[in-house]
Design a protein around this ligand. Structure first.
Ligand SMILES: Cc1ncc(C[n+]2csc(CCOP(=O)(O)OP(=O)(O)O)c2C)c(N)n1
Length: 469
């Protein structure tokens, strides 16, 4: 380097070394990307997509003698940056680290080597990660690529069925990231399809005509079962903070900093493809963190909160109606995109992961543990309902994140499916006495009592204003 250039850069307060020191081979993102996929299931559904880990081995294609007659999808948006509120918390922890006046020792030492925080632009908060906004050109875990890959997988899987079904509406809740995911998916399907994207309002005023009933549910109280969740020991968080503080005298990381590090790890994976922060945790800490999240979700948005059965009934009721009307409806493909908790509410009403045993806060269970939240709704989650005909009978079954998950009490049909009439009885039973509008006190924010967009999109045209939330 010319001496003058070095002097100029130094005068501007910029380091002259950075541009000229290649990262060490073992610290290069190139070599590290792809080495952390085994921890995705432990990141509370905030990290990159992964297939449902407990696959029973049932082929996703219906048996050969059967013919698909309807497909429904309820999907989560793809990998994203943190929300604004989460981003603020992560920045606080990052500031604490940045203010530390000494070189870091031990597991945090990577920060000494020109570590660049993964949130570079506050406008990225709440948004999908994309090739454009990723801080690493070779990040394989963008929400954009996930949606595009998902669409290609969908095309390959339903190739024959889609031959005759190339024109349909796709539905997205009106959050920007949800909309963007649906758009990437549609773009990736290609120009042989004629698709109309319907953006359904997620404002509380949408009432029951929504894909995100969580926002139209004023009666929902996140703290309803806080006493159970709080009974879980979070000593593992204290242990993490203590370990970092011992390695670095004077660093006063707190328990909540330790908790933030887990989501830092997850979101950095979405934005960079790799995160040194993920390497701070022991396997045992990851397991405890993951169960803590299962427990919270179970009692806030899952089977542990009886009201959720009514919230999830809003979509399940519509889904069952579509299944029953499949012969009469021209549209056979029903793809919808929304948020994690809304899918969880729906799965709860459906009872696909409900073994009637409440999760225990006094210990981490292993054998009695069906409810793994991150397995159900990781970023890019996809819950398919398949209806197919074999001889003269129709059958229903579910494919969650690439794995066929049979209904525990109704799986005698081909491919471990549930005979349609039996399924309708089962669904009725799950929804008996469940009224979303009443249970949520939705009348205080809206007078829309029915979900109608699947049936009236053609005349109404849904194009709600996109929200950065
Ligand atoms: C039944 C219910 N009502 C209201 C809420 C409040 N709430 C928290 S998160 C959320 C939706 C968006 O959640 P986010 O964590 O940003 O999910 P993502 O977009 O990543 O899927 C809602 C409606 C809830 N969780 N559950």
């Amino acid at each position: 380097m010319l001496l003058e250039t070095a002097v100029l850069l130094a005068a501007a307060g910029l380091s002259t070394t950075r541009a000229f020191v290649l990262p060490k081979r073992d610290r290069s993102d190139f070599y590290q990307i792809g080495t952390q996929e085994h921890i995705f299931p432990y990141l509370a559904g905030a990290g990159p997509y992964f297939s449902y880990p407990e696959n029973y081995g049932i082929p996703v294609d219906p048996p050969k003698e059967c013919k698909i007659t309807q497909v429904q999808l309820l999907a989560r948006h793809g990998e994203r940056y943190p929300t604004k509120s989460r981003g603020k918390k992560l920045l606080n922890t990052w500031n604490t680290l940045q203010k530390y006046p000494h070189e870091f020792n031990g597991s945090l030492a990577f920060i000494n080597d020109d570590y660049e925080f993964f949130i570079q632009n506050m406008d990225d908060l709440e948004m999908e990660t994309t090739t454009q906004n990723s801080i690493n050109a070779i990040n394989p875990y963008t929400g954009e690529m996930d949606a595009k890959k998902h669409a290609q997988q969908f095309l390959a899987q339903y190739e024959e069925f889609l031959e005759d079904n190339r024109e349909f509406a796709v539905f997205a809740a009106s959050s920007q990231r949800v909309h963007d995911t649906a758009q990437y998916f549609i773009d990736s399907l290609g120009d042989k399809f004629n698709i109309s994207l319907q953006v359904v309002s997620e404002e509380p005023s949408a009432g029951a005509n929504t894909l995100s009933p969580g926002y139209s549910c004023p009666a929902w109280n996140p703290d309803e079962y806080a006493d159970i969740i709080d009974a879980f020991s979070t000593d593992f968080l204290k242990d993490i903070a203590t370990r970092m503080n011992k390695e670095n005298h004077g660093l006063n990381l707190t328990k909540s900093d330790a908790e933030n590090l887990f989501s830092w790890c997850a979101y950095e994976l979405n934005a960079r493809g790799f995160s040194e922060i993920c390497n701070l945790f022991t396997p045992e800490e990851l397991i405890r963190y993951s169960y803590y999240d299962d427990l919270s979700s179970y009692y806030e948005d899952g089977p542990g909160y009886p009201m959720i059965q009514a919230v999830g009934a809003n979509y399940l009721n519509a889904s069952v109606k579509l299944l029953k009307e499949s012969d009469d409806l021209d549209q056979k493909v029903w793809l919808s995109f929304t948020h994690d908790t809304d899918i969880l509410n729906y799965l709860t009403t459906l009872g696909l992961f409900d073994d009637d045993k409440d999760l225990d806060p006094s210990t981490v269970p292993f054998r009695n543990h069906v409810f793994h939240k991150s397995w159900m709704i990781p970023q890019g989650a996809r819950v398919y309902t398949q209806k197919y005909q074999c001889k003269n009978d129709s059958y229903i079954r579910y494919v969650v994140n690439d794995a066929v998950i049979p209904l525990e009490n109704c799986s005698d049909g081909p491919g471990f499916s549930c005979e349609a009439e039996e399924f309708y009885d089962y669904a009725n039973q799950r929804m008996e006495g469940q009224n979303f509008f009443e249970a949520c006190n939705t009348s205080s924010v809206s007078n829309t009592t029915e979900l109608t967009f699947f049936w009236d999109w053609n005349t109404t045209q849904y194009n709600a204003t996109l929200l950065q939330e």
